[in-house]
Each structure stands twice: as structure tokens, then as C-alpha cells.
Design a protein around this ligand. Structure first.
Ligand code: ADP
Ligand code: ZN
Length: 353
């Protein structure tokens, strides 16, 4: 088992990565939780595949379990679903001595984590992320949220779990498009911080990727951990995790969050900004070509889709990370090294389109 310790100002917690850990969660929770009840927040897809084994391991350690299974997909990340979840928590008489366990992808992690942050002013929770995207990215960092009709993640908090349990074996049942969606974030980490990882990803066959995925998850989380420890509340250096996201978010929004999955939009964002920074001489020659090849290898898009440029530029200029007349953007100097550049809002098109 590989473990990582996340050291925050007011809290420390462990991230465990181990094949098959889903089947032994009970034992691990028993070691750190004295409560009797566990509320499992999951989605119906994931519950159908992994529910039985999770209940079995928890019950065998004497935990009383309550399952709250929401409809799968981003459309469930709403206040309405949250309201239902609170109702179930009340019905199960969950107290602050009990535990919430989120079992699922980013949607379940974000919504379940926000439920844990707010129910009874906060109760302990552990994350068991099951999608690659959640395993490498959203499960650590403490960002929990739900969407509003006006935009994504508008209601939320920073609330860190007490532990994260990552089972790379559960990725076997993930839809290939969802797997690649997570690979976009893996590629992002390699671009901003780990050239060796980028080169490995370039050379791996499909089987080699599967065989090494636990090590890859560990590498990505190590990068994320270091950045999060340095900037817990996302005001400074955590910005570098936003590589590809400024344009990516604008693309997702432009197409009403339906045409492109998050990772796909980020893939286009990473390529587009790198192609432009390279032609301005800010990025080593050849970088965007390498990036395009790696994205294509994972069936990820890179080309900017047909869209209304003015609308995309406006969305970027209104991004919550923008300040006054300028915005901070993340560029690569070469594969494995990034820097932050402050650009004027009237330069947005030059960098992104
Ligand atoms: P993401 O993790 O990409 O942010 P979701 O939480 O919506 O987004 O998860 C993506 C989809 O993958 C959902 O339909 C979810 O039910 C499904 N899913 C998550 N983990 C697994 C898994 N291990 N096996 C099969 N399907 C999964
Ligand atoms: Zn992302």
C-alpha cells in the first residue's frame, strides 16, 4: 500500500492507494473511527457494481450502514439532491460521532463532501473516489460544492476528509470515455510538473498504462498534495493546477456542459494555449506537437471547436479567477515546467483562440 500524508494547517490526513482496498475498507475505518454508523453516499451506477462488497466489509467490522444512492451524473449535483441527502441523513439519525463515506466519482465526492461539511455543522467523512478523475484530482484538496442553475460549483466550501481510500482496480469498470477524461488531468500534472511522467505516458502501451496506473495516481496526488499544502484556499500557487482550465471551463459552459466532458474541454484548453504561447516564443518549440500526440493517444480532442469567439472571450474575462483588468493564466515553458503570466483582458483572444 502506498500512502501519502496531506499536512494542512489545522488537519492532517492520509491518502491510501492500494489495489483491492474497497474490499477491506471496514478494517481501515475501524482503525480510525469509533462511531457505529456509516452513511454511504454513492450513485446508482457505482452502488450497483461495488455496493455489495462495501456493505460486506463495513458490516463485518460491526458498522451499521445506511445507503444514500443518487442518480448518476452532473445533473444530480444540485441543492435539490442535497436536500434529499439531508433528509436521508436525518432519517438514519446520523450524528457527529458517525461517519459519511462517499463512494463514487467527482459528483458524489463534491456533493457528499459538501453534505458532510454542512450537516450538523460538519461531520467526519472519508472519500472513496472511483473514477480516475476523482482519484487523481478532486478527491484531495478539500473543495466540495454543488452547482446552481447559474453556474458550476457556486455553493461550496473547503472541507477536508479524514482519509481517502483509492482502489485502482475499480477503474476496470469505468467507461473508456470516463477513463480518458481522467487521463486529461493526469496529462495536465505531467505537463506542469513531471516531464518524466509525460515521457512514460508517451511510451506506454495500453497494458503498461493499466499495470502502472497505481504509480501514476500516486505521482499525480503527490504533485497535488504539495500544491494544496502550499495554498490551501486557492489564492496563489494552486493556480498552476488550472493549466488548460481557463479555456476549458469556457468551452464546457459554451456547450452547456453537454458536448464536452470536463477533461475533454481541458485537453483543448491545454493544447490551444500552448500552441499560442509557443508561437509567441514563450514555450519551447515542439511542445504543443508533443502534447497533441499524447492527447490523441487517449482519444482526447485538441482542436478548438466551431464557436462564437466573442462569447468565449467574454466568459474567460468574467472567470472567477480574474482580477480587474487582467487575468492570471498558466503557461508551459516546456513539458514539465509551468509559469503564471498576468495578461490584459484584451489579450485573451491572442492566448486562447
Ligand atoms: P467525474 O468523476 O468524472 O467527475 P461522475 O462522478 O459523474 O464524474 O462519474 C462519471 C460516471 O462514471 C458516472 O456515471 C459514474 O456513475 C461512473 N462511475 C464512477 N466510477 C465508476 C466505476 N469505478 N465503474 C463504473 N462506473 C463508474
Ligand atoms: Zn480539472
Amino acid at each position: 500500500m502506498e500512502s501519502l500524508q496531506v499536512n494542512l494547517k489545522h488537519k492532517t490526513y492520509q491518502v491510501h492507494i492500494k489495489r483491492g482496498i474497497t474490499k477491506e475498507l471496514g478494517k481501515h475505518l475501524r482503525a480510525q473511527c469509533s462511531g457505529e454508523k456509516v452513511a454511504i453516499i454513492t450513485d446508482k451506477n457505482v452502488y450497483h457494481i461495488y455496493g455489495k462488497q462495501v456493505l460486506q466489509t463495513l458490516n463485518s467490522e460491526g458498522f451499521e450502514t445506511h445507503v444514500i444512492a443518487i442518480e448518476p451524473g452532473e445533473k444530480s449535483k444540485t441543492l435539490a439532491t442535497l436536500n434529499d441527502v439531508f433528509g436521508e441523513l436525518v432519517r438514519a439519525k446520523i450524528s457527529r460521532r458517525d461517519l459519511i463515506l462517499t463512494l463514487g466519482g467527482g459528483v458524489v465526492g463534491d456533493l457528499g463532501g459538501f453534505a458532510a461539511a454542512t450537516f450538523l455543522r460538519g461531520i467526519p467523512y472519508v472519500q472513496v473516489p472511483t473514477s480516475l478523475l476523482a482519484q487523481v484530482d478532486s478527491s484531495i484538496g478539500g473543495k466540495v460544492a454543488v452547482d446552481l442553475p447559474y453556474g458550476k460549483n457556486l455553493i461550496g466550501s473547503f472541507y477536508h476528509p479524514d482519509a481517502v481510500f483509492i482502489d485502482p482496480d475499480v477503474l476496470e469498470t469505468l467507461d473508456p470515455r470516463e477513463f480518458n477524461n481522467g487521463m486529461a488531468e493526469v496529462i495536465k500534472y505531467s505537463c506542469i510538473k513531471d516531464r518524466q511522467l509525460f515521457e512514460e505516458l508517451m511510451s506506454f502501451s495500453k497494458d503498461e498504462l493499466t499495470d502502472n496506473i497505481d504509480r501514476i495516481i500516486f505521482k499525480c496526488l503527490t504533485i497535488k498534495k504539495n500544491v494544496v499544502e502550499e495554498d490551501e484556499t486557492d489564492r496563489g500557487s494552486r493556480m498552476m493546477l488550472n493549466f488548460g482550465h481557463t479555456l476549458g471551463h469556457a468551452i464546457e459552459k459554451y456547450f452547456n456542459y453537454s458536448k464536452y466532458a470536463h477533461g475533454e474541454a481541458v485537453a483543448i484548453g491545454m493544447y490551444q494555449v500552448t500552441k499560442n504561447s509557443e508561437s509567441m516564443g514563450l514555450t519551447e518549440h515542439g511542445t504543443s506537437l508533443m502534447l497533441k500526440e499524447l492527447l490523441s493517444k487517449h482519444s482526447l480532442p485538441h482542436q478548438m471547436p466551431e464557436s462564437d469567439a466573442a462569447q468565449i472571450v467574454e466568459t474567460i474575462a468574467l472567470d472567477k479567477k480574474s482580477k480587474g483588468k487582467s487575468i492570471d493564466i498558466v503557461l508551459l515553458s516546456s513539458i514539465g515546467e509551468c509559469f503564471i503570466k498576468n495578461i490584459c483582458k484584451d489579450e485573451v483572444a491572442k492566448y486562447f483562440l
